[in-house]
Ligand binder design. Structure first.
Ligand SMILES: Cc1cc2nc3c(=O)[nH]c(=O)nc-3n(C[C@H](O)[C@H](O)[C@H](O)COP(=O)(O)O)c2cc1C
Length: 385
């Protein structure tokens, strides 16, 4: 649940493009299209992506809310053109009734939004569902997240991610030495994994899976450094920072679990192994470890935030699963659409965007202010950073 900023996206996967509006964002934040483009390019990388990524080179145009390189405090409007639109606009995605009838897509894919979406809206053509349920929409989220990243950067908050598991192949998830190069190192890997040896095994596993006409999921970790103490609150269920982050991460297509800190491992461990001891360090008080992942009681505690997110295997399969034709009621094979075999590396960049949106919201909630300068002054006065 967002409290101080709001964002909205619109657009279909093979429609004209994606639009996005970010509202409640402060004035005075340096922002350029080039800055947003860098994150959009990172979302398009990764071993295991399908043909679509070769067609689209995403670029977000700034339509409003920015003047002379700085945000104005008014709604920020962005537009990403779908370059494939040319091939779809005359018939399959025409706004008007096409001259020739377009065959309906009627074999829902297990694991996708198709069947429940058709039943919900009463559609007989599953293209009416898949065009919006597609993860194409997340390109706009990455663009809006980049706007928030520009704000966070000004306050010294940095966001990182890396892939820690593809199918059964696992890397270490104990990344403690976050630094300016962390994202660059992850980006240099075809699977955004920081352990080159494990990365090679992940790539081989994706190749094997793709060859057999199947798909594969995995786990990625999103981290944030420089986060001040006290974002979020224990006072209400919907103010808790961990709950807000979990909701945001789960909203990404195909995400099936989110954990904070040591996550699922805590079920097996005892309290003395899990909780971070508090010690005196000169005049400061600090924790000796960060098992909690930077959040206690629904509030940031000043340690880096760590969220691990599990992605299920992609539902569209080159060797499709069984399905039933929604019109004829005859059994058949599920619909095939150009598809990724593995999109965990891309998903990790989308996870960064969701982290940026949530942290921006929580920072504005705590410190307030209409412009970057005001927010900086409020932060300074609070003595929290
Ligand atoms: C970056 C990214 C790329 C994806 N690519 C595909 C794809 O090519 N084919 C597909 O069937 N699903 C793909 N998905 C997953 C579906 O969008 C998702 O499974 C579907 O919307 C149903 O939602 P759910 O899995 O959250 O229930 C992708 C997801 C992400 C995050």
């Amino acid at each position: 649940m967002l409290h101080k900023i709001n964002f909205l996206t619109a657009g279909e996967s093979h429609g004209k493009g994606l639009s996005g509006i970010l509202e409640g964002f402060p004035a005075g934040v340096p922002l350029s299209e080039a800055f947003i483009a860098a994150d959009l390019a990172r979302r398009q990388m990764g071993h295991g992506r399908g043909g679509r990524m070769k067609i689209e080179t995403d670029y977000a145009e700034i339509l409003s809310g920015v003047r002379h390189g700085k945000t104005l405090g008014s709604p920020i409007g962005l537009w990403i053109e779908n370059r494939d639109w040319e091939n779809w606009k005359a018939d399959r995605m025409s706004h008007t009734t096409p001259l020739e009838p377009v065959p309906e897509v009627t074999l829902p894919r297990p694991g996708h939004a198709d069947l429940a979406g058709m039943q919900k809206f009463g559609f007989t053509d599953l293209r009416n569902v898949l065009e919006r349920s597609s993860a194409r929409e997340t390109a706009m989220r990455v663009a809006l997240g980049a706007v928030c990243r520009a704000f966070l950067k000004e306050l010294g908050v940095e966001i990182f991610s890396h892939v820690i598991q593809i199918g059964p192949v696992k890397a270490s998830n104990t990344l403690t030495n976050l630094n300016a190069d962390t994202n660059a190192c992850a980006d240099a890997s075809a699977v955004r994994c920081l352990d080159e040896g494990v990365a090679q095994k992940m790539i081989a596993h994706i190749d094997e899976t793709r060859k057999s006409g199947d798909s594969i999921g995995g786990v990625f970790e999103v981290l944030a450094s420089g986060v001040p103490v006290g974002l979020g609150s224990y006072t209400h269920w919907d103010r808790k920072l961990d709950a807000r982050l979990a909701s945001a991460m789960m909203s990404i297509n195909a995400m099936k679990s989110v954990s904070i800190g040591d996550g699922l491992d805590v079920a097996e461990a005892s309290g003395s192994q899990v909780h971070d001891e508090i010690v005196k360090d000169g005049e400061n008080i600090r924790r000796t470890t960060n098992h909690a992942g930077g959040i206690e009681g629904g509030m940031s505690n000043g340690e880096p935030i760590r969220a691990q997110v599990t992605m299920k295997p992609i539902p569209t399969l080159a060797k499709p699963l069984r399905s039933v034709d929604i019109k004829t009621r005859q059994p058949g094979s599920a619909h095939k659409e150009r598809t990724d075999a593995c999109a965990v590396p891309a998903a990790s960049v989308i996870g960064e965007a969701m982290m940026a949106l949530i942290l921006t919201d929580a920072l504005l909630e705590k410190f307030g202010g209409d412009s970057l300068d005001q927010i900086k002054a409020h932060i300074k006065a609070s003595g929290v950073f």
